[in-house]
Unconditional design. Sequence first.
Length: 585
Amino acid sequence: MCGIVGYVGHQDAVSFILPGLRRLEYRGYDSAGIATVSGQSLDIRKTTGKIADLEALIASDRPEGALGVGHTRWATHGRPSDTNAHPHIDCQSRLAVVHNGIIENYRELRKTLAADGHRFRSQTDTEVIAHVIERYQADGLVAAVQRAAQDLQGAFAVVCVAASAPRTLVAFRRGSSPLVVGYGRGEMFLASDVPALLGRTREILVLEDGELAVLTADDIILRRFDGAPVRRSPRTVDWDGEAAEKSGYSHFMLKEICEQPEAVQNTIRDRVDVDGADIRIPELGLKDRELTGLNRLCFVACGTSWHAALVGKYLVEAFARLPVEVDIASEFRYRRPVVDSRVLTVPISQSGETADTLAALREARDQGSRAVAICNVVGSSLAREADGVVYTRAGIEIGVASTKAFTSQLVAVTLLALKLGLARGFVDPSMVRQVVKGLMELPELLSIVLRQSEAIREIAEHFVDRHHFLYLGRGLLFPLALEGALKLKEISYIHAEGYPAGEMKHGPIALIDSRMPVVVIAVATEGDTEIGNIADYVIPVPPSLEWLQPHLVAIPLQLLAYHMAVLRGCDVDQPRNLAKSVTVE
């Protein structure tokens, strides 16, 4: 996954592009680059490393121009190097492209182009795009890009600038690689994610699969790859620029951990009523009679979202008495899943752009399944392609390791389970009111848990030198054992495994020795004095309903991983080899 930022207008393009790239650095950070057009001159600057390295490169010789595009890379083709960094240019060095995604037929195209005399400088699939556009350059930039888009296969987002068109930026998208355009006054913006645009505009439009956008200072024109016009109005996002900054916290991850009470409140807001047994999800897209006719539900997700789905399995089966399967999305798409019109497929993704989850959704839809997505980003591919959606409303999440998005997903699957239970008549209204009351109290309970951050840091100090961790949980808390282990692996680089507690005696217990810390996720609420007799350290959580315990124990697990990573000197917000959303295979 990579980050893209583009600008066309009457101001200095670099002044928008560099801050935008900093906001997207979570999407890739092995190299960065920028291309600007001034007059009819194309200027390319790029380097390995982070955005700070690019800023240092141009500090004494700043590129000029009111048209430009920037890129931060997470390598898929070609090792990180100055040569493989984006932007890439054509043979004549007259046009430049940046790219997110994968060009699946780049080898065939490269072979054909090389036979025609094209010479390549990099090992990337991206460079091929510039040469394909060059092949059609006699048609003019927009027509050349449009013809090139039809030659490319894969899932990608591409942006092009050219010396021959100093007032035009052209972008196109196919498949799961996101691309967003923003509307200003006398200037237009483009990015691969909304945070890069905030502070300059909140009027945005998400390019859909197979669309091309032509941006000038005063207009944005959309069309399909075949040239057919597209007419669609922008929408206003309710995020602001401050939401994408750290607000005084040492890391985005810590900020987002502390934002969980508010995020959960937003997920619940206007969907529940403590005085009535009703769950309101207008965007669900399915009527109660359609929910009644289901005979199975299938969650599909990856990583942390898969752990939320595992919690959802317990809740849906308990409240709706509906059989549930939970699939890792990348496995679902590579087997022959048995789904039909009586199966509800529920893909879960923070970004709504996860390639494997989108592919799983499409596979299920092709077989006749209805689909309700759970995601955070309004207008994302997942939200658009599903029959309905439950938005988590967590706001921007910058840290690669998901925190507030996860707890919001837990609330979303709880609401969905209750909704299904009511529609199918398998949950007592008094139980719904009880759970709803617990949900409404949850933000305050989460705030209480957050006060233990310093105590958790002191616990982390005792184990910072360990190389292996074991996490155990049972029932609803087993998925939290998996999630706790994942968080520790992601940001501290400590090997950790999560297991169902009862499985220990079936083999894994052989791993335990005096150097192996075991994190047991058990029912031990405030006021429980007995638990201290069998555990070396205890992190209590406030009393709550059984169904809401996963929501509460998530925060101590996140904080343990966070403090371990900080104490070990790890890059918490940008852990090695990881990107925020996996939009390619």
